[in-house]
Design a protein around this ligand. Sequence first.
Ligand code: DNO
Length: 347
Amino acid sequence: MEMSFRWYGEDDPVTLEDIRQIPGMTGIVSAVYDIPAGEVWPLERIERLKQTIAQQGLKLNVIESVPVHEEVKMGAASRDKWIDNYKETIRNLSRAGIRTICYNFMPVFDWTRSELEAELPDGSNSLKYDEETVRQLDPLSGELTLPGWDLSYQTEDLRKIMDAYQSMSEEQLMENLIYFLEQVIPVAEEEDVLLAIHPDDPPWPIFGLPRVVTNKENVKYMLRRVDSPNNGVTFCTGSYGANPENDLNGIIEAAKGRIHFVHARNVKWIGSRSFQETSHSIKDGSLDLTAILQKLHDVGFSGPIRPDHGRMIWGETGRPGYGLYDRALGAAYLNGIIDTLEEKTGE
Ligand code: DNO
């Protein structure tokens, strides 16, 4: 597996110089962040990002994410224009030698939490999701804004978009995803690029908006409907694993051969539909990352993997979930497991 690390570009307080000192680190997961969702990514911007990373002896191996325009998710009449742009971005990424693109299909809001700095018993803090708190929140009030959210909307536009989704069934949203894939996957095939859909985080509907990349049945369905090796998934342990009903090894089995990228982190279930993020250790969270990595290894996964969110430890401040220290510990933990698995089979 290719151990990789997410880097938010020149504005990231975590530098490439820091990242290259993590043992076993080879890949960088990044994006051209200042291009509005739906616009074509110019080749020279991608090349520049790639060069900056290469100068530190690292490799830009995954783009996370190329955002899908909201009108595509909504199935609006204007969606084809955005889909054409998406195809062009795939072509440009391919020209720059990028082979893996992560994206998501969550209506309006990317990953959602109720608290960004919830204290853990050891005095560190981490991201937490409490269903009751989220249920009482109005995302239009501005009382909660999260780092993963697209804040470029005016409140009025956001209200209209949210209203349009209220009447959309999960089946319809899935159809909109399939429509998108039927258009872009042939281009990904031509360009030798793997698309890897990120699950919805958390994997259930929030704020009355439908969500579909949530469980084994839906993953199987979308992989079968557009049955190409280039149509794959990002297997995110913490997103699928937030729901205790999701059997993670079962999802890996269902998606085997189509898992193109892995996000590894742990969560502790703290009530119905509520969880807090922990260190990667199986002693701290509810997920058994050793068993999950074993399963990924068994199904032949050898692609990019990154430690996902970390806690804030040792007084570090910064982008919630994306500090240096705990993610570096996570990478070391994961590498220990992976080395053991791969050495056994002589890889
Ligand atoms: C959160 C991330 C997500 C992810 C996107 C992929 O930390 O895992 O924001 O990047 O959903 O499109």
